[in-house]
Design a protein around this ligand. Sequence first.
Ligand code: ADP
Length: 591
Amino acid sequence: MPTTELHYINEIARIRELVRLYNNSVPEQVKAVFNDIKGLSLFDVEIQLYIELARYYSTVQANYNRAFEEIENAVSLLPNTQNILLNAKVIRIKGTILYYRNQLADAQGAFRQAIATLEQLPITDEVLIETGENYLQLALLHKVTEFRNVRKQMAQTALDFFTRAKYEQGLGRCYTIFASIFFTEENYTQALETHQKALLIHERTQNKQGIAVALNNIGSCYRELGDNERAIDFLQRSLVLKLELGNPNNIANSHVHLAEYYSHLNDLERAIEEFTKALQIFEKIGNKVELSFVYNSISEVLEKKGEYSSALSNLRKYNEIQRELFSFEKNNAIAEALAKYEIDKRDKEAELLRQKSAEIEEYAHKLEVSNRELEQYAHVASHDLKEPLRMIGSYIGLLHKRLEGRLNEEEIQFMSFVLDGTRRMDTLISDLLEYSKLNKAPKLQSVNLFDVVQLVKQNVTATNNQVSCNGNFTVTADHTLILQLFQNLISNGLKYNTSQCPTVDVRMELSDTQLLINFTDNGIGVPAQHRDRIFEIFKRLHSKEQYSGSGIGLAISKKIVEYFKGKLTVADNPEGGSIFTVSLPASMVIK
Ligand code: ADP
């Protein structure tokens, strides 16, 4: 970079600092630099000088017409620069000035244009900050519209950009917006906390304007929270600081806060006095947005005083300005831009949803295929395994017969092990086949559960003393599956049981949401550490010698219950034994 350009970059930084400090020598200093660079074609430097001048007239002098002229000068030079970031900045500042000139729709257009311009650039901290500034301005703009949600959204977007760039000053200003939204929502404690957070940041970044604004807002929060002493202290400190800084807009704003304070204390004379001070300033600098709000507030105070006709005339003024600001086209333009924003957002969300549901569909399809495969696999495997098994079984049987009388005791025992093994394997395969069949769609019919228990009793040849049933509900389900479920649970209760008289008590209870069916036995119980394992396929806690079985009953039971969107659990029976609980959705019950 040539040294001359570097020199001017430093000059501009110095002038920017002067603007920040509300120094009145800015126009002079800018003029000096302009003289210096005459004829050098340093367009970027010229644009930046116009920016600083525009910022000076708008923030320090609140002279928005003059500020507008200066920023238009910068705009006219834009064709001479390649610097896209600078271009976006000029448009954003023009937007801010348009806002102060009450051209709300144009201002919004400028911020949107600046954002679009920035989107062409690779992401750097500077780009993030500049983009955040535009969203922040959009949030401020929506102070005057009804769209509080948009305001929040814009401030949140600004916050995200500033956070990514670790730009503290910007974060502070975002907090101010959030806090004022809390305030409007009458959430004063949170408003206070958030303004205090903003104040800390403004102090750290030495943003005096920010400090003054925060003091004001904190004062008003205290007022709402009933701490009048603190309130007036903060409000006055704010005014002192603002008078020192000199921006008329902000000074007027302090008067508004003070007026609201007095109105709150019912000191209506002083309230009107303060409002009038604010009114005069806003009128002078032509800030119609704020002016209208003051008219409205004055009218409220006058109404409290019982001066109805003056109240009415102030209310009329408020309405007039509001109508003017929100003339049909402007309001329309804002609504249109908003609608576009909402549509863009919805389009993006819809696209995301489309992607998601396509993913889910694909997943479901894969799952279906793999389930079908698994089902076929289990079916085929068990069928095909049975064939050679039957052969082993028959030939061992044959051998056994042929060799009868010629085998010694040990050999006979070996032979019986082999036969036993084949029988066990045959059961396992049958069970597996049974389990794989459960994937088929069940047949839905009405099933009376009391009748099912009676049927189980016949099947397992149990007496009334052994199996009792309380409750009589009819559900929509598959009769075969429910019978299988009840039979597994009841027969287990009788089987894993060493008491003199094994019993299983079936009890049903219907609540709003579910039908609970408890199977309570007086058996050996299930140790707590094994309660999950027993529902797994082929998992058993005992040897075949202790209790017969293959360990598939509960796995099948669980699958049946889950098919009907229910749950199967086991717990201790406090009187010894266990309680297996089936819970089914109440919607299955036929009333
Ligand atoms: P199986 O009875 O064929 O072994 P299950 O799947 O029905 O298979 O049961 C798995 C295991 O859970 C059993 O081996 C047994 O240890 C335990 N169990 C099941 N029901 C009961 C019960 N009512 N009381 C105690 N233990 C039980």
